[in-house]
Design a protein around this ligand. Structure first.
Ligand code: LLP
Length: 400
């Protein structure tokens, strides 16, 4: 067992990551050439990426650096998809050279992809990212498939894109259609509604002579952040709801899960610095903060919080805001939580911290990004990323 540093840290379960991937693989059984494109933005730990790649995942990328990381981690480029509304030429050229799928997001994006294909001297396999205008019923900041979103193309422009692809036979090969509705979706009917629209678009595209084989329904499946015993849809529920549609058009299905593969494999482990009361509010102050985990501050997201040591049965329970030391009133990990009053130094965990937590961590207030560990199959705890240090920070100024 490695010595764990006295600072907030992320702790993952490697077997749980494996189980989550297996759940998707089992759900996809019987479908033709499915691709599980893991959305790297959810968590870009290199060791985790290597593990996901070994389990057979592809990768979904939204920047040149994510693409480079995926290639370093050994992902098969033909199972990688490059997404985004502001992809730049340099990154597109790398994508073209490596032969990854590229989703077309706009008129200027298409022009850039054509230019990238010329630079790389290779035809690019493209999917049209169509915005189907289906309400994902989630926080507005994580909704993407509604008509006023900055992502994707609207159906009334479809013909323009088909003509543009036809005009560039040496640069572009249209292979499919893509949509991504949003994140934290908890009703699979929403995916089905979108898939119905998408296969209709594919029918229209095929009717014009394009041989498109791929339907990419994006990511977005939510998880049970509340831990209250409610039933949430599983990967199987998601895939089963689109299975017949995919079969009916003889399509290869691409999915882009992030959260549902990685969120529930991890918690952020903190220590209680102290407890205080101001006015009518009780606070548990911990060493972790919005710098390590910003989802509650940014989306008012709920992540379950527990004390590490079991409280004695007769411990008095109070209502606390769990807050960090950062100089912002938005710095909270949980609001109005019923918890026993913890002693100084008690461990406190924030659950479901595998997705969009470390990957969105910052160094605000110079709280350096925390180390990461995972528990392996045999129970050993292994460091999978060093924590950042003050010396790391000073290195950016060396020689200036
Ligand atoms: N594909 C595309 C095109 C996406 O934009 C996303 C996420 C995914 C796949 C993966 O979605 P997932 O399966 O993880 O829901 N920071 C927010 C989530 C932002 C999601 C951005 N796009 C949060 O912490 O809730």
């Amino acid at each position: 067992m490695e010595k764990v540093e006295k600072r907030p840290f992320y702790l993952y379960s490697k077997p749980q990551i494996t189980r989550n991937v297996e759940a998707y693989k089992e759900a996809l059984e019987g479908l033709k050439n499915p691709i599980i494109g893991y959305a790297i933005k959810a968590n870009n730990n290199f060791k985790i990426l290597q593990h996901l790649r070994k389990l057979g995942c592809g990768a979904v990328l939204v920047s040149g650096n994510e693409l480079k990381l995926a290639l370093r981690a050994g992902f098969d480029p033909t199972k990688c998809i490059f997404n985004g509304n502001g992809k730049i030429l340099e990154d597109l050229a790398l994508a073209a050279q490596e032969g990854v799928f590229v989703n077309v997001d706009s008129e200027f994006d298409l022009e850039n992809i054509v230019a990238a294909a010329r630079i790389a001297g290779r035809k690019v396999n493209v999917l049209l990212r169509i915005n189907p205008d289906v309400d994902p019923q989630v926080h507005p900041y994580v909704a993407t498939g509604n008509k006023n979103s900055k992502f994707g193309i609207r159906n009334e422009k479809l013909q323009w894109f088909l003509d543009a692809v036809k005009a560039h036979p040496n640069e572009l090969k249209l292979v499919g259609a893509h949509c991504h509705l949003g994140s934290t979706i908890t009703k699979v009917d929403i995916f089905r509604d979108a898939a119905v629209l998408m296969v209709n678009y594919i029918d229209e595209i095929r009717a014009q002579g394009f041989e498109v084989d791929y339907l990419n329904i994006g990511g977005g499946l939510g998880i049970d952040y509340y831990h209250k015993g409610a039933i949430f849809p599983s990967p199987r529920d998601l895939i089963d709801t689109v299975r017949e549609l995919v079969h009916s058009r003889n399509l290869n299905l691409i999915i882009e899960p992030g959260r549902s593969l990685i969120a529930n494999t991890c918690c952020l482990v903190n220590r209680v610095t102290g407890v205080k009361t101001n006015g009518t509010k009780n606070f548990i102050v911990i060493d972790g903060s919005m710098s390590e985990l910003i989802r509650p501050s940014l989306y008012d997201a709920y992540q379950h919080i527990e004390l590490v040591s079991p409280a004695p049965a007769d411990a008095e329970v109070s209502t606390f805001d769990v807050v960090g030391p950062v100089c912002e009133s938005a710095d909270f990990l949980g609001k109005e939580r019923e918890l026993p009053t913890p002693a100084k130094g008690t461990g406190l965990v924030v659950h479901d911290a595998g997705a969009y937590c470390m990957s969105m961590a910052s160094t605000y207030n110079l709280k350096m990004r925390p180390p990461e560990y995972w528990v392996e199959e045999d129970g050993s705890v292994v460091k999978i990323r060093h924590g950042e240090t003050f010396e790391d920070h000073m290195r950016y100024f060396e020689g200036l």
